[in-house]
Design a protein around this ligand. Structure first.
Ligand code: NDP
Ligand code: MG
Length: 329
C-alpha cells in the first residue's frame, strides 16, 4: 500500500490550473476553502437560486453557474450528493469536457457503477478526505489535515496522479497521509463499511439491545443509556487506543463478559449475511436497487425513516438528550 506525505508531493501539476468545485456542502466548502488558502485558483460552480450561492460568495469565492465553471475549469471536481451527480453531469457538465481536462470526485460510486461515463481524452481522478467536511476544514486551519485517498481511473495526460496529489496536498491531506487506492476498492469498501458495520450494523445492534431490556421490563431510559449513550465512550477508546486499549480501560468484569459472550450476538450467521451484502455491492445489485428507489421517489427510504423516528429508542433518546443539554428543540 502506497502512502504519500507532504514531502512526497508538490503543487506543480495544479498551480497553473483552474479548479472548479461543483457544490458547496460538507465537502465542497471545506475542499474549496483549503485549496484556495493553499494558493490554488479555485472557482465554485452552483445553481443560482440554491442556498449555497450566497454562502460561497460570503466566503470570498468566485461563484458562477455549474455550466460556466465547467467551461472555464481545467479540473472539474464534483462535490454534490452522489445520487444527483449523473443528472447534473449529463445536463450541465458533459458538454464542456474537452480533451485534457480532469474530472474529480470524492467518492467512486458514479464512475465505478457506470452512471457517469466521461469522454475520451479526459482524466478521471479521486481526492477523498476520510472525514466529514467540517473536520477537513478545521484540521487544515489548525495547520494539519485529515487522512485521505487518491485514485486514478483514467490518466489521459500522463500527470493525473500528480494532479490528484497536488489537490490532496492543497487540502492538507498529505500532512496526515494519503493512500493510493482504486475507484473500485474505495467504492466497495465504503459501501460495505456503512451497510454492515458503521451505519447498518451498529444501529440494529443498539436497537436489539434496547428492545431486549425494555421487553424484559427495564426502564427505557436505563436501556437507552446502557445500549446507546455509552457507545460513544467505547468507540472513543477504540478510536484512540484500538481494541486492546479499550479492553484495558473497561473493568475486568466488562472485559470477561464481553469477550466470552460477543460471539453469541455476532456469529457465523452474521458473517454469512455480511458476505451476501458484500456480494450485492460487488455485482451491482445494491446500486440497481438504490437507483430504482430514487427513480420511484424513495418510498421505502421514507417509510423506514418514519418508522425509525417513531421507535421508542428515538423518543426516549430525544427526551434524555434534551435533559443532558446535548440537544435543543
Ligand atoms: P452535500 O449534500 O453536502 O452537498 C450539498 C451541495 O450540493 C450544495 O452546494 C447543494 O447546492 C449542491 N446540490 C445538491 N443537489 C444539487 C443539484 N441537484 N444540482 C446542483 N447542486 C446540487 O454533499 P457532500 O459534501 O456530503 O458529498 C459530496 C461528495 O463527497 C459525495 O460524492 C460524497 O460521497 C463525498 N464524500 C462526502 C463525505 C462527507 O463527509 N459528507 C466524506 C467523503 C466523501 P444548493 O445549496 O444549491 O442546494
Ligand atoms: Mg465511508
Amino acid at each position: 500500500m502506497k502512502v504519500y506525505y507532504d514531502q512526497d508531493t508538490n503543487l506543480d501539476a495544479v498551480k497553473d490550473k483552474t479548479i472548479a468545485v461543483i457544490g458547496y456542502g460538507s465537502q465542497g466548502r471545506a475542499q474549496a476553502l483549503n485549496m484556495k488558502d493553499s494558493g490554488l485558483n479555485v472557482i465554485v460552480g452552483l445553481r443560482p437560486n440554491g442556498a449555497s450561492w450566497e454562502k460561497a460568495k460570503a466566503d470570498g469565492h468566485t461563484v458562477m453557474t455549474i455550466e460556466e465553471a465547467a467551461e472555464k475549469a481545467d479540473v472539474i471536481h464534483i462535490l454534490i450528493p452522489d445520487e444527483v451527480q449523473a443528472d447534473v453531469y449529463n445536463k450541465q457538465i458533459k458538454q464542456y469536457l474537452t480533451e485534457g481536462k480532469t474530472l474529480g470526485f470524492s467518492h467512486g460510486y458514479n464512475i465505478h457503477y457506470g452512471y457517469i461515463v466521461p469522454p475520451e481524452g479526459v482524466n478521471v481522478i479521486m481526492v477523498a478526505p476520510k472525514s466529514p467536511g467540517a473536520m477537513v476544514r478545521k484540521t487544515y486551519e489548525e495547520g494539519f489535515g485529515v487522512p485521505g485517498l487518491v485514485c486514478v481511473e483514467k490518466d489521459e495526460t500522463g500527470d493525473a496522479l500528480d494532479i490528484a496529489l497536488g489537490m490532496a496536498k492543497a487540502e492538507g491531506l498529505t500532512r496526515a497521509g494519503v493512500i493510493k487506492t482504486t475507484f473500485r476498492e474505495e467504492t466497495e469498501t465504503d459501501l460495505f463499511g456503512e451497510q454492515a458495520v458503521l451505519c447498518g450494523g451498529v444501529t440494529e445492534l443498539i436497537k436489539a439491545g434496547f428492545e431486549t431490556l425494555v421487553e424484559a421490563g427495564y426502564a427505557p431510559e436505563m436501556a437507552y443509556f446502557e445500549t446507546c449513550n455509552e457507545l460513544k465512550l467505547i468507540v472513543d477508546l477504540i478510536y484512540q487506543k484500538g481494541l486492546a486499549g479499550m479492553w484495558h480501560d473497561v473493568s475486568n468484569t466488562a472485559e470477561y463478559g464481553g469477550i466470552s459472550r460477543r460471539e453469541r450476538v455476532v456469529n457465523e450467521e452474521s458473517r454469512k449475511a455480511m458476505k451476501e451484502i458484500l456480494k450485492e455491492i460487488q455485482d451491482g445489485r445494491f446500486a440497481r436497487e438504490w437507483a430504482l428507489e430514487n427513480i420511484s421517489g424513495r418510498p421505502h427510504l421514507n417509510a423506514m425513516r418514519r418508522l425509525e423516528n417513531e421507535h421508542l429508542l428515538e423518543t426516549t433518546g430525544k427526551k434524555l438528550r434534551k435533559m443532558c443539554g446535548l440537544e435543543k428543540d
